[in-house]
Design a protein around this ligand. Structure first.
Ligand code: SF4
Length: 687
């Protein structure tokens, strides 16, 4: 496949992968040349291996370039006609909710917005959610209940360099987003301290001044113990707590029971190390507490994040310049993807779908009656689990996601997808999920189209087109328009991203994530604009909580929470904890990065990381093949013996099919996040 016709040499754009959204210049010619941008603060001239090699998927010979209809090549008209006809038939028989939509946190803001509008206005289905539910939903839920607003980092990432202490709970940024580390390194160069909480001695933990290594599933107890020490040793910022928060007394009472020795018994973290962490944080003039998926992907993920937010509030950090709490969002547009209506419970502008004023506003922008807007639907896993079952959707349209690899209890998810009357997948490559589809629609990718993304700081950025897409592929916006016209003769589904963005601005106006004042021109001129930005003469809001929080009384809310064990604990049959995560060379379910030779040269297949003591007991060496057996499935991987992991825990990356056959779909009651980060397994030698 040729790289496509260049549109602009050195087009200023952003990486197609993670939420750091590193700035880069792309030139598409015989080959693709990528040069990091200095003007984007998040990476300031840095890129990781994934970013440097992001040109390869553009020219991959495995690229899909023609629609597939029941396995046969088809024209676009044939494919879209069949999809529209089948949707009509299924909705006639099963009603509007007979058809569901599943989106992705990698879709641009324009696509995420249009997907939500298509689902609710054209299909009139309530059944829409997206894979971001598996990413940061617990942090979003906890931030919303504490601050009345969820914006990953409610401060510019460069603030971290000026802090005196940073605690990261369950985030391995040195592997997942390496340029992030330069901000932490700058902090440490000034004498600041880095504390990392992780069951593994990760690359990030290796750079920390203090590593706390809790048993998987016990971060919540650890956070309660840290707050207990903060209170006991007089580190509470009483003036801040009085002026800027509510509800501290209940939390003060509840953490009294979490004395350090009790927490040590539960977490395995020595009391002395907990005290040291508190000393580092409590003694810092400016400090930040960050959470990542390790703390969040639990059936108690929301409460775990609340416990870390309580800690930050007691120390007086959120809403103070140079300090705060933040979530290290994972997917490329994980932040924007959750603001514009892909979520089952939300409308554009980060509005609640059950809020009558929000419904009236969005319905007005869309030119429909509020009562024609469906209500809330099922969350991602619940939606996938309901497919094809009694009362569940009979058809699914899926954009930018690969749940056969990325969903928990993935074998069951594959079965549900296989039971559908219609599965339509839009993707660049024949992903494991696309391979199950009745209709596969080949789409454009990052450098072949324009659009905006919102990075982990809440900074809205512009991706510019660098090349004409290969013949035969269409953008998701074109696909949605093609279906909207066939199903309802609908107007209002433009294919120009700028037109979609202008409507998104109107739909988000007055909402929490207010983009009304953001234009493509401003983003280009200002290298990104922070939301909320309610008017074109508004400067944007890098630090939204400096004066007040987004709660009705302007105060941040302490939320009392209690620790409980993982939903599935170890026992005689399954004596080891399994935890999952990412490696530097790959991204998410690997659909793109598993097709990049230079990245496969680094890691080509799933591995099982285990401690030398465990390896010795099993007489296993690095390179041996292991079977990992859990209650929901079995997978295999190559042994990697590594003292960096606890002896009671094994780790597998989730970029390849397999490990999510084992993970536990037990859901957090608030965020509906599955418990990806801990389940019970046993190891066997393969063969
Ligand atoms: Fe930057 Fe993330 Fe892309 Fe790496 S994957 S270059 S850290 S945006």
């Amino acid at each position: 496949l040729s790289a496509g016709t260049p549109v602009k040499a050195g087009a200023a754009t952003h990486c197609p992968y993670c939420a750091l959204q590193c700035g880069m210049r792309v030139t598409v010619g015989e080959t693709v040349t990528i040069v990091p941008r200095q003007d984007v603060p998040a990476n300031a001239g840095g890129l990781c291996q994934k970013g440097w090699t992001a040109g390869e998927p553009l020219t991959s010979g495995e690229r899909l370039t023609t629609p597939l209809l029941y396995g046969e090549a088809a024209t676009w008209d044939e494919a879209l006609d069949v999809v529209a006809e089948r949707i009509r038939e299924i909705q006639r028989e099963h009603g509007p909710d007979g058809v569901a939509v599943f989106g992705g946190g990698g879709l641009t803001n324009e696509k995420a917005y249009q997907l939500g509008k298509f689902a609710r206005m054209v299909l009139r289905t309530s059944q829409i959610d997206y894979n971001g539910r598996f990413c940061m939903s617990s942090a979003a839920a906890a931030a919303n209940r504490a601050f009345g607003m969820d914006r990953g980092l409610p401060f510019p990432i460069t603030d971290l360099a000026a802090a005196d202490a940073v605690l990261i709970a369950g985030g391995n940024v040195a592997e997942t987003m390496p340029p992030f580390v330069r901000h932490l390194a700058a902090m440490r160069d000034r004498g600041g301290r880095l504390v990392v909480v992780d069951p593994r001695a990760t690359a990030t933990a290796g750079q920390a001044d203090l590593h706390l290594q809790p048993t998987p599933g016990t971060d919540l107890a650890l956070a309660l113990g840290l707050l207990h020490i903060v209170i006991a040793e007089g580190h509470v910022d009483e003036d801040y707590v009085t002026r800027r928060t509510s509800g501290f007394d209940a939390v003060r009472t509840s953490v009294a029971a979490w004395w350090p020795e009790r927490v040590e018994r539960i977490t395995g973290v020595p009391v002395a190390r907990m005290r040291l962490a508190v000393e580092m944080l409590g003694g810092a003039a400016r400090a930040a507490i960050l959470t990542g998926r390790g703390a969040e992907q639990h059936a108690k993920g929301t409460d775990t994040v609340s416990a870390f937010i309580n800690l930050a509030l007691a120390l007086g950090l959120p809403g103070r310049e140079g300090s705060g709490y933040g979530c290290v969002t994972g997917q490329g547009n994980g932040q924007g993807g959750r603001e514009h209506g892909q979520k089952a419970d939300q409308l554009p502008g980060y509005r609640r779908i059950d809020d009558p004023a929000a419904r009236a506003h969005v319905a007005r922008v869309w030119g429909i009656a509020p009562e024609d807007l469906p209500g809330p639907g099922r969350s991602a896993y619940e939606l996938l689990e309901s497919l094809g079952a009694g009362g569940g959707p009979r058809a699914l349209l899926l954009f930018g996601s690969n749940p056969v690899v990325s969903a928990p209890r993935a074998g069951h998810v594959a079965e549900r997808l296989g039971s559908l009357d219609l599965l339509v997948v839009s993707d660049l490559f024949m992903s494991e999920t696309a391979a199950l589809a009745d209709v596969v629609l080949p789409t454009t990718q990052w450098a072949e189209e324009s659009g905006t993304v919102t990075n982990l700081e809440g900074r809205v950025l512009l991706r510019r087109q660098a090349a004409v897409p290969p013949a035969g592929v269409r953008s998701d916006l074109e696909i949605l328009r093609g279906l909207a016209v066939r199903l309802r003769g609908a107007e209002g589904f433009p294919t120009d991203p700028r037109e979609v963005f202008d409507e998104l601005r109107r739909a988000s106006a007055g909402g929490t994530a207010d983009y009304a004042g953001i234009t493509y021109e401003r983003i280009a001129a200002e290298t990104g604009v922070f939301w909320p930005c309610p008017a074109e003469d508004h400067p944007g809001t890098p630090r939204p909580f400096l004066d007040r929080f987004a709660t009705p009384d302007g105060r941040a809310r302490f939320v009392p929470v209690e620790h409980r064990p993982p939903r599935e604990d170890v026992d005689g049959d399954y004596p080891l904890y399994l935890t999952t995560g990412r490696v530097l060379a790959h991204y998410q379910s690997g659909v793109q990065t598993r097709r990049v030779a230079a990245l496969n040269a680094v890691v080509a297949e799933a591995f099982v990381e285990l401690h030398p003591d465990l390896a010795e007991r099993m007489e296993v060496s690095s390179g041996d093949r292991l079977r990992v057996v859990g209650r929901r499935g079995v997978t295999e991987g190559v042994a990697r013996v590594n003292p960096a992991i606890r002896a009671d825990t094994v780790f597998m990356p989730f970029h390849w099919p397999g490990v999510n056959l084992l993970t536990n779909p037990a859901l957090d009651p608030v965020s509906r996040m599955p418990e990806f980060k801990v389940c019970a397994v046993r190891l066997e030698r393969a063969g």
